[in-house]
Design a protein around this ligand. Structure first.
Ligand code: S3P
Length: 434
């Protein structure tokens, strides 16, 4: 059986992370390219689409609603059906492990003239859904779910929607995007305000497709019933995938790695700001704009790191990177304190408790806080047996941690990696000297 297929991975220590790589396409932008391409008029082509399970869940959902999507292996061609051309799916839509698929689709489906039912795997069925159902109900949507509407499966009975001004209690791109997509089907202007800015790919891409989007500080609004036009999209590399390699190159002595073509949208670069503050040698080169998104090449050279305090606005800008940031913190000199990150408790798994358990297994003194963690850095991790808790980012973070131990380490249940980064292990083998 090839190593990738086995559900347990044995990591060997690395003598340096060197060379040049490109990481696969951005997961968030890939989801949005299918969604907007499907409801636009005309054809949308997508290059650099992330071929991960989460994105195929979104793709399959639109195929099941009558959208033709051709795939020649390098680019997708989406034959948009217009705002009102989706068809009632004949079966339940399976969102797999993908919270983005379920939450953003809920917004789009709330305003369709048909019934749809969304479900997902056991991890997704545990995650909170009221955060999207609440504003959608305020717009006149009818969505029911388990546990009083908190959990999937969700049944969405399409309704005529009305516009609202919504103040979201959480900084969440999924909530914001769900409301904006629903707003495309409501008369007038729908707006969402969030406590801190979350990733803004939806608003950028809506604008790129010709929607009427206005931003004022932390509030963004969209006008309803305006047709979108198909576009050509080139998806940049995913900074959330690059982050594993950035940290690997920082913490494995003797490393120098160039990662080409990474999306560096400022709502996503919190991880770079945090690692720079920790003392990391990271340089952004060749900065440019592609399909409305900033892109750069990233050069990383191994560096001694120091502990830092992380809180406030940077947290949503680095929200998916805390597992790998906590690995960097474990090998930094001094203490790192992560606060204001309560959202980590409702990701694919509870990432605060998962990382504290795993870092302790590697000999690190780490403590949970309600909204984060405290990590006391050490100079060398012990060989460990880590659990992924079915979470791709926990699995990849602990594989990176294993590159720095004296002996081999084991990470269990790694199949989840294919939700976001199917080539992760082969890329590690490509750049890691053993
Ligand atoms: C995503 C938004 C984030 C992020 C997730 C992808 C998106 O979630 O954690 O991996 O594509 O909109 P929240 O919106 O819940 O913060």
């Amino acid at each position: 059986m090839p190593e990738e297929v086995s559900d347990k991975y044995i990591v060997k220590p690395s003598k340096g992370i060197t060379g040049e790589i490109a990481v696969p396409g951005d997961k968030s932008i890939s989801h949005r390219s299918i969604i907007l391409g499907a409801i636009a008029e005309g054809v949308t082509t997508v290059k650099g689409f992330l071929r991960g399970e989460d994105n195929f869940a979104t793709l399959n959902a639109f195929s099941s609603m009558g959208v033709r999507i051709d795939d020649d292996g390098t680019a997708l061609k989406i034959h948009g059906v217009g705002l009102n051309g989706l068809k009632e799916p004949e079966d339940v839509i399976d969102c797999g492990n993908s919270g983005t698929t379920m939450r953003i689709l809920s917004g789009l489906l709330a305003g369709q003239p048909f019934l749809s039912v969304l479900t997902g795997d056991k991890y997704l069925r545990r995650r909170p859904m009221k955060r999207v159902i609440k504003p959608l109900s305020m717009m006149g949507g009818e969505i029911i779910g388990r546990s009083g509407g908190e959990k999937a499966p969700l049944a969405i009975i399409g309704k005529k929607l009305k516009s609202i001004s919504y103040e979201s209690p959480v900084s969440s791109a999924q909530v914001k995007s769900a409301v904006l997509l629903a707003g495309l089907y409501a008369d007038g202007e729908t707006s969402v305000k969030e406590p801190q800015l979350s990733r803004d790919h939806s608003e950028r891409m809506l604008k790129y497709f010709g929607a009427d989007i206005k931003r004022s500080g932390l509030e963004v609004s969209v006008s309803g019933n305006k047709a979108l036009s198909g576009r050509d999209i080139t998806v940049p590399g995913d900074i959330s995938s690059a982050a594993f390699f950035i940290v690997a190159a920082l913490i494995v002595p003797g490393s120098k790695l160039l990662i080409r073509n990474v999306g560096v949208n400022p709502t996503r670069t919190g991880v770079i700001d945090i690692l720079l503050k920790m003392g990391g040698n990271i340089q952004l080169q060749n900065q440019r704009k592609v399909s409305g998104e900033p892109v750069a090449d990233i050069l990383v050279i191994s560096s001694p790191l120091k502990g830092v305090e992380i809180s406030g606005d940077v947290v949503p800008r680095a929200i998916d990177e805390f597992p790998i940031i906590s690995v960097a913190a474990a090998l930094a000199e001094g203490v790192t304190v992560i606060s204001d990150a309560h959202e980590l408790r409702v990701k694919e798994t509870d990432r605060i408790s998962a990382m504290v358990v795993n870092l302790k297994a590697a000999g690190v003194q780490a403590e949970e806080k309600d909204d984060g963690m405290v990590i006391h850095g050490i100079s060398k991790l012990s060989s460990f047996n880590a659990e992924s808790f079915g979470d791709h980012r926990i699995a990849m973070s602990m594989i990176i941690a294993g590159l720095t131990t004296s002996g081999s380490s084991t990470v269990k249940e790694i199949s989840s990696i294919s939700t976001s980064f199917p080539d992760f292990l082969s890329l590690i083998r490509k750049v890691s000297a053993v």
